[in-house]
Design a protein around this ligand. Structure first.
Ligand code: SF4
Length: 375
């Protein structure tokens, strides 16, 4: 398939300095030489696109690039520059391309931010999680609130103002008061985007082993923390555009919107997923295998109606029923409306101007509601 459609590019950097206690992302603590070998493997992939050849051919037109992890800010200035050079030399990067790097506040410097600026990075996502150091400690985050403040200052000084902060809800011992402090920190920092995730303690994480001893909020408390977060961020001028994402003005994450609106994106690196030309494929979560040249694995066709419903309902604007009718036929709209009726009296779903969307209360029960709509 020849590509002329605008495509998102995701580069996974699977390395961290230490493992956070709640983390179940694919990331490892590796030596500097492995990091460098890995960057070389990503570059040769971008240059040859040998492994993607069965899925993609032709020139790639890239309008969003996202370096996620792991900890992309662990890459040296040289490694990051050669990665960006390879992308620019081997694809067509649009002039208005959104280029995001996820940063850990404990692994940044003014040189690194200057390198980002020089190479075209225009958006930085910083892992705050909490502005309360005791809460950061429980999460196993390296560094303190002071380090986050410093990272934000350095980032702005380099000329990158589009900053997103990650916030965690339902941390053990978190209170309404401590969450308000974190959100007020976000507001004062001048961040333009906030991602606020509810902590889920997954099997295999460090927190999982001590789960019983933790002072975890019950369901009611989690709901009240989420609602408080939405209210406070609204008061500070952030519009909620997705279950967990809030932005000022038009500073939504254009890259992440591609995932929810079923646009094309290519993921490079272990555990990175792609959706391109209606097909899904992914690399297995193994850095060594990636360096050795493993092929991406097919995950079948994507973009079916269930996926469409599930992803679009994550967005505040919900499903455009006219578009759904064009894609999947008028019967699909009739069916979903019939099922939605059950949730409308309880103010969990709404239909307005031919859009079907979850309310804030509905967002909290999104899994249950979506699976009912899909069944
Ligand atoms: S920095 Fe991010 S990817 Fe790395 S261990 Fe912590 S949560 Fe996981």
């Amino acid at each position: 398939m020849t590509c002329s459609k605008k495509t998102g590019l995701y580069i996974h950097i699977p390395f961290c300095r230490s493992k956070c206690s709640y983390c179940d992302f694919y990331s490892k603590i590796e030596s500097e030489s492995t990091v460098s070998d890995y960057v070389s493997a990503v570059i040769s992939e971008i240059k040859s696109r040998e492994r993607f050849s069965q899925y993609i051919s032709g020139n790639l037109l890239i309008d969003t690039i996202y370096f996620g992890g792991g900890t992309p800010s662990l890459l040296s200035c040289d490694d990051f520059s050669r990665l960006m050079r390879a992308i620019r030399e081997n694809t067509t990067v649009t002039d208005d391309c959104e280029i995001t790097v996820e940063c850990n506040p404990s692994s940044v410097s003014s040189q690194l931010f200057d390198t980002y600026k020089k190479t075209g990075v225009n958006r930085v996502s910083i892992g705050l999680q909490s502005a309360i150091d005791e809460e950061r400690k429980i999460l196993g985050r390296v560094g303190t609130k002071k380090d986050v403040t410093k990272a934000i200052e350095l980032c702005k000084k380099s000329g990158i103002d589009n900053i997103s902060l990650d916030v965690m809800l339902a941390i053990p011992n978190q209170t309404e008061k401590s969450l308000c402090k974190t959100l007020s920190f976000c507001n004062e920092s001048g961040a333009l985007h906030i991602s606020a995730y509810i902590l889920k303690i997954e099997k295999g994480t460090l927190l999982y082993d001590t789960k019983k001893e933790l002072n975890l909020p019950d369901e009611e408390k989690v709901c009240s923390l989420y609602e408080l977060c939405c209210d406070k961020l609204f008061e500070y001028g952030f519009q909620q555009y997705e279950i967990s994402n809030f932005a000022k003005d038009s500073f939504c994450s254009r890259h992440n919107l591609k995932y929810w609106t079923l646009e094309d994106y290519i993921g490079i690196g272990p555990a990175a997923h792609s959706f391109f030309g209606g097909k899904r494929f992914y690399f297995p979560p193994d850095t060594k295998l990636f360096i050795d040249g493993i092929q991406p694995i097919s995950d079948g066709f994507g973009g079916g109606i269930d996926e469409y419903i599930m992803l679009n309902l994550r967005l505040s604007q919900g499903i455009d029923l006219d578009e759904m009718s064009r894609r999947y036929g008028i019967e699909s709209v009739t069916k979903i409306k019939e099922k939605a009726i059950e949730f409308i009296p309880d103010c969990l779903l709404e239909i307005h101007k031919n859009r079907l969307y979850l309310t804030r209360k509905g967002f909290l029960l999104s899994n249950t509601i979506i699976s009912e709509l899909i069944n």
